[in-house]
Design a protein around this ligand. Sequence first.
Ligand SMILES: [Zn+2]
Length: 264
Amino acid sequence: MFCRICGTKDTQFQISGKYGCEHCVTVFPVPKQPRRLWIPTSLLKEIEEIFTHSQSKIKFLSYRTRITRNLAHSLFPFYEPKETEVKQLLAENGYWENWEEESNSLTVSKEGVSPVYHLYLGSEDHVRLEILHILDLNYGQLQNTNKSLPTRVSKENRSLLRLFYRRKLWAYRKGIGFLSSCPTNLGKGRRDSLLLGIKEGVDPRFFSLFEKLSEFGIEIAPSTDHRRESLGNFRGLVVKISWKNAFAVQKRQFYKILGLRGSL
Ligand SMILES: [Zn+2]
């Protein structure tokens, strides 16, 4: 068994776990989307209680959204990184005008403006957009500053987001959604994550949340891939709460307990 477009064999797919092109999803197994359940009110209350109870022990460091896309009708980066084509597409749409020949990343936002919009090429998918909000707040502060958090997306960033959702440009299939190299990213091609800094003496129930939230597709795990920029001056255990392709209601529920607006 093999994909007649990109040539990936099933033995290769079993080892790499990656699709080679958009046709691969018709050849190799597409993972069943985990059932998305609503988070019950009792659990939401418990989370809120833990955060309130441990206010001084939990620091909200940063919030990041990653959206990945592959060019339509192209082989995926495993075979063809397509960096020139992606740069061209972005340039045609007003981004990447000043890109340097060798550079594979570009900060879209103006310096000092939050959130930071960043474009990356040359990884698992053809292009990745990252939106980073530096928070560096405890729970109480987060609740209070909620109203001053930027809730409106600037005109420029809005059009960049629109570009990422224009189905014709990207590998997309009806019934599945946006297609990515990694089978678990299929659909929205989006992962949201929140970095928390945990200090000693945190409410021990915090750690039991790891398991309770996993059945809703929300992962909590010690983070190793964070970058210095997200941490500010924090020293301690860094935990990442992340969820892939969550549906809107679920995300709103979760944002609410974190004191974040659903528009992020
Ligand atoms: Zn293929």
